[in-house]
Design a protein around this ligand. Structure first.
Ligand code: PGA
Length: 251
């Protein structure tokens, strides 16, 4: 069973730092004693690091390592100062994270806008990794499921297997001041509901303070197709430990 490990570097790493981090990750993978063929590792650095680490990944010859972006515009090109299009990202990436809670919170992105980005990503053969999740602990799951349905409004049912979801309860994200832990059993319950909503076609990942100490609890649930890792993906050694533990679970 394929497991995804998505590294969201957020707004961290200049070119030199990105190079160092990716070299550390590749070296760690070389030394991995576990079977890692069933893993899909998707590194999502800032845009400026994409052309820097793309050739390093190509040369490393590890087909399990892919590149993703953290956002895109919904138009293919044009007068949108400061934006980036899927056509540009396609030179380097196979994936794009869309609708992250930080985009929703700080840039007012809503499901309608995200649905347009999902469409343009699919039109350009990029796999969207759509983030959904409630801002407050205890909010009802129908809110999450409505995010799922709304962001899929421009996707045909036969394309559901080309879309990945990441369930990220915002209250569990590492940078939230009064964050709380999300129990793996709770994540698995919500992920089951997301899968029912998408006819079991879309892989669904968990994200929120995943690190080497808690990863095994999440991937022990077969229904969780992998993880989206923020802070812990910025330290090569920690990220490698996560890769090893996911690899041990990917049968
Ligand atoms: P975190 O970030 O792993 O640092 O909690 C996850 C995310 O925001 O995608």
């Amino acid at each position: 069973m394929q497991k995804y490990l998505v590294a969201n570097w957020k707004m961290n790493c200049n070119a030199a730092e990105a190079k160092e981090l990716v070299h550390g990750i590749i070296k760690g993978i070389e030394n991995c004693k576990l079977k890692i063929e069933n893993l899909n590792i998707v590194l999502c650095p800032p845009f400026t690091a994409l052309p820097v680490i793309y050739p390093i990944i190509q040369l490393s010859n590890y087909p399990i390592i892919h590149l993703g972006a953290q956002n895109c515009h919904f138009m293919p090109c044009g007068a949108f100062t400061g934006e980036i299009s899927t056509k540009m990202l396609k030179d380097f990436c196979q994936y794009v994270i869309l609708g992250h809670s930080e985009r929703r919170k700080y840039f007012n992105e809503d499901d309608k806008l995200i649905s347009k980005k999902v469409r343009v990503a699919l039109d350009n053969n990029l796999t969207p990794i759509i983030c959904v999740g409630e801002f407050k602990k205890g909010e009802k799951s129908h809110l999450i499921l409505s995010q799922v349905k709304n962001t899929l409004s421009e996707v045909r049912n036969e394309d559901l297997d080309k879309v990945i979801f990441a369930y990220e309860p915002v209250w569990a994200i590492s940078t939230i001041a009064d964050r709380e832990d999300c129990e793996p059993s709770y994540a698995a319950k919500i992920i089951r509901e997301i899968k029912e909503t998408t006819y079991n076609k879309s892989p669904v990942l968990y994200g929120g303070s995943v690190d080497a100490s808690n990863i095994s609890g999440f991937v022990a649930y077969d229904i969780i197709d992998g993880v989206l890792v923020g802070g812990a993906s910025l330290k090569a050694k920690e990220f490698i430990k996560i890769i090893e533990k996911v690899g041990a679970n990917a049968k």
